[in-house]
Design a protein around this ligand. Sequence first.
Ligand code: FPP
Length: 320
Amino acid sequence: MKIEEIQPHGMCCSATKERQDAVRAFDGDALIVLGSRRSNNTRKLCEVAKCRVFTAESMEDVIKIKNAISDSERVGVTSGASTPEDFFAKAVAYLRRAPRHVAFIMDGNGRWAAKRGKKRGFGHIAGAKTFMRVVKWCGDRGIQYVTVYAFSTENWRRPAEEVSGLMKLSAAMLKSQAASLVKEKVRLRVIGRREDIPEDLRRGIEDLEQRTAGFERQLIVCVSYGGRAEIVDAANRAIALGAKVDEDSFAKLLYAPDIPDPDLVVRTSGECRISNFLLWECAYAEYHFTDVLWPDFSERDLDAALEDYVSRNRRVGGVS
Ligand code: FPP
């Protein structure tokens, strides 16, 4: 969406007449008036606008409004009354560059369990609950693609008991979450070397992938996934096709070429590594590292990551 700031005299709302004239002259698709809905200033601005009007008193409102406006629309943003400057700046930044795709390295389950004197599996169960909450919170925030690193190609080296526990947990989650994914209209996709996944689990995954295939919002779960393995698999496909590749044609041979690259990668537990996660796709991603262990990751932590992202200046190799 193209955002235009309609603030003829800065933030101060005493310039009502000029602001009303500017709003009246705005010929875009939608207007967002930030600030108290009860103020006369806000009401008047809504009255004079010649397009669809939304009012927002909080970032939560802004996030909802963003979901109701399509990417191709021209949107004016103005302040109604007593709009704090930082709210205005944050709202505009979010509207301009809310991440479409957020990926998570869900780290710290084992340490979380150890701190409680429990086995690692206990941490994974808590981590699975956090994962489901995070999917919902991302949906509430209009994030269209969520990717999680559930099990890496290296994770097969963990003790057999932990590996089989994780597979059982995945199967149980698949069962318990299927109805809610369908209800919430979330498309499930699993990427990785799926031939490594136990057959029962694989069949369950494929069944749910088919049932949710028509939905727009997507949840991408990386299982037996490695960034290097993905690149090697794509290279082998190119060789099998006998095709010389460039960056664009090579990217089409990756596991899920239609999914836009992650804008933001969040890693919990204080580790600042990418651990073979989406190596090709994250060439220009922003990274947010937090000390919070994954089972403790909260809605507030997600918002902190999103705010961190919005505050970055993404130049993708260009100049700002
Ligand atoms: C990393 O923590 C976590 C994993 C390797 C598994 C992630 C799995 C879940 C969150 C639950 C299941 C989720 C799905 C989507 C099936 P760690 O065990 O390496 O923790 P540590 O670094 O503290 O030891």
